[in-house]
Design a binder for this molecule. Structure first.
Ligand code: GRF
Length: 205
């Protein structure tokens, strides 16, 4: 067995190439990469796409030796232009599934035209409640008692598109940092499980 092959990986090779898009911390990116490395996911992160040069996620990718396309959107004449470059790189890496994980940008028609139906996003609320960039804080401030995480297919709308998976948990505390840790812990498990299921569905055709 090749030393590069993770323990417990399924017999079928090559492993499915996935891409992760992120703009910030990258804890979900790292959780997905870790699951690929230890064989919980029969996939490999072929590409990190990041629209924020210097974001912490880029350091994680460098440490893990994962190929990265970092770009400054302002350096391109249009969204179509930078999405065209992203599509070329996804095609070159033969990416089967695009996983948005804190990518703070609406996906445009160039990317949707090429990869529509194969792009998913993770959002830290039980959609359709609390869309937007501050979902955890908004739910906390509202005083909800059931929080959760949603994974959905991506369309052109903000946090829209058909829901693929959700996981809820009770939290009645008033410590937002603790709540955020719990949300992220759920995200890291649910995203890995869901990516695995989606790749299996693709395999079945
Ligand atoms: C996560 O809460 C995700 O649900 C949201 O953005 C956050 C990204 O966190 N879309 P991280 O960068 O993966 O740590």
């Amino acid at each position: 067995m090749s030393p590069l092959r993770p323990a417990g990986a399924a017999a079928q090779e090559p492993r499915a190439a996935i891409a992760v898009f992120a703009s910030g911390s990258g804890s979900n990116f790292e959780a997905i990469a870790a699951a690929c490395a230890d064989g919980r996911l029969a996939a490999r992160v072929a590409l990190l796409v990041c629209d924020k040069p210097g974001a912490p996620v880029c350091g994680r990718a460098e440490r893990l030796g994962i190929e990265t396309f970092v770009f400054d959107p302002h350096a391109y004449p249009s969204k179509a232009a930078f999405e065209g470059e992203i599509v070329r790189r996804l095609d070159a890496a033969r990416v089967r599934l695009v996983c948005l994980a804190g990518y703070m940008r609406l996906v445009g028609e160039t990317l949707l035209g090429a990869y529509g139906g194969r792009i998913v996003n993770i959002h830290p609320s039980l959609l359709p409640a609390f869309k937007g960039a501050h979902a955890i804080r908004d739910a906390f401030d509202y005083g909800v008692r059931v929080y959760g995480v949603t994974i959905h297919r991506v369309d052109a709308s903000l946090d829209g598109g058909p829901i693929v998976a959700q996981r809820a948990f009770d939290y009645a505390g008033r410590d937002r940092e603790e709540l955020e840790r719990r949300v992220h812990a759920v995200e890291h498990v649910l995203y890995v499980e869901t990516i695995g299921q989606l790749l299996k569905e693709q395999d079945k055709g």
